[in-house]
Design a protein around this ligand. Structure first.
Ligand code: G1P
Length: 297
């Protein structure tokens, strides 16, 4: 029988130090891309892929995240009273149904693999998705939906993948490709943040995964890997070593690294330019800036 993916884990326990001082009091995942928090993009993508249960792995200081998904009756009543139906609908679309969302604390920052392992009891014996909200992907068909379609065929581990330049391979999990079939590649290895000259390819893992429960079993070992952290990459590769397939999936779409300031700014511009209510003003502003720079040169 073919299994469907209905649960997704969102690891959001990171301190977000790259965005200090903002992240001193605001969780990184609540920072806004145009007018929606980063995490809303991840939730919408998961829903579009058929996910029904949303599991957040959080840490101290992430209370604003839980409030964000809660109903806001006072705000809703106020908007209703003022007849602001459009805003009311936008607000309501962010509410999560009771029991649809779960929070799990990661008590120590032991790595991405450990964060995923913290959610193991909520997954049980079924395939699950992992979404890293820092990786925002603009695509006609959302990235996870593309991967769920591929999973329906393969019924095995799939990680989103994208080519990166040589000097960037040390920042990612990198695939050792067995067979390259175009959109899908099979793998014979996966290395987390390889040192200079050690990357087996330029195909990097991007923050979308569909994984089998075997990966959770491998995480039980709690072995530290690159950077002294328990790495998800290592557990996925261990599942492959024990006989499962691990595929890389070259998704259609544009990925923004919202874990970096430059990536966040690029995403902000790209998403704003895609909005009818903002495009013209922003476009005029950008053209003015570019022209005056050129004139100054
Ligand atoms: C994590 C993963 C890495 C992956 C990357 C994608 O790294 O460990 O394998 O390539 O996300 O964004 P991080 O960026 O959290 O260091």
């Amino acid at each position: 029988m073919r299994t469907k993916v209905t649960k997704a884990i969102f690891p959001v326990a990171g301190l977000g130090t790259r965005f200090l001082p903002a992240t001193k009091s605001v969780p990184k995942e609540i920072m806004t891309l145009v007018d929606r928090p980063l995490v809303q993009y991840a939730i919408d993508e998961a829903r579009a892929a058929g996910i029904k249960e949303f599991i957040f792995v959080t840490s101290r200081g992430k209370g604003a995240l839980e409030d964000y998904f809660d109903n806001a009756p006072q705000l809703e009543a106020e908007l209703r009273k003022k007849g602001k139906t459009e805003l009311l609908e936008i607000l309501k679309s962010t509410n999560m149904d009771s029991g649809e969302i779960a929070y799990m604390r990661q008590h120590k920052p032991l790595g991405l693999g450990h964060a995923v392992w913290c959610a193991r009891r909520l997954i049980a014996n079924e395939p699950f998705a992992v979404i890293l909200p820092d990786d925002v992907i603009a695509a006609e068909k959302p990235c996870l939906a593309q991967m769920v379609e591929a999973f329906e065929e393969t019924q095995s581990n799939i990680v989103a993948a994208m080519e990166v330049p040589d000097h960037m391979t040390g920042a990612y999990g990198i695939l050792d490709v067995k067979d390259d079939m175009g959109t899908i590649v099979s793998t014979k290895g996966m290395i987390e943040k390889p040192g200079p000259g050690l990357a087996p390819s330029n195909l990097a893992v991007i923050g979308r995964y569909i994984l089998t429960p075997t990966v959770l079993q491998k995480l039980n070992r709690k072995e530290a890997g690159a950077g002294g952290e328990i790495q998800l990459t290592d557990a996925i590769d261990a599942a492959r070593e024990s006989g499962e397939e691990v595929y890389g999936y070259r998704f259609q779409g544009q990925r923004f690294d919202c874990g970096s300031k430059a990536g966040f700014l690029q995403a902000t511009v790209a998403f704003a330019l895609a909005r009818a209510d903002l495009r013209d003003d922003l476009w005029n502003y950008i053209s003015d800036v570019v022209h005056s720079e050129k004139a100054a040169q």
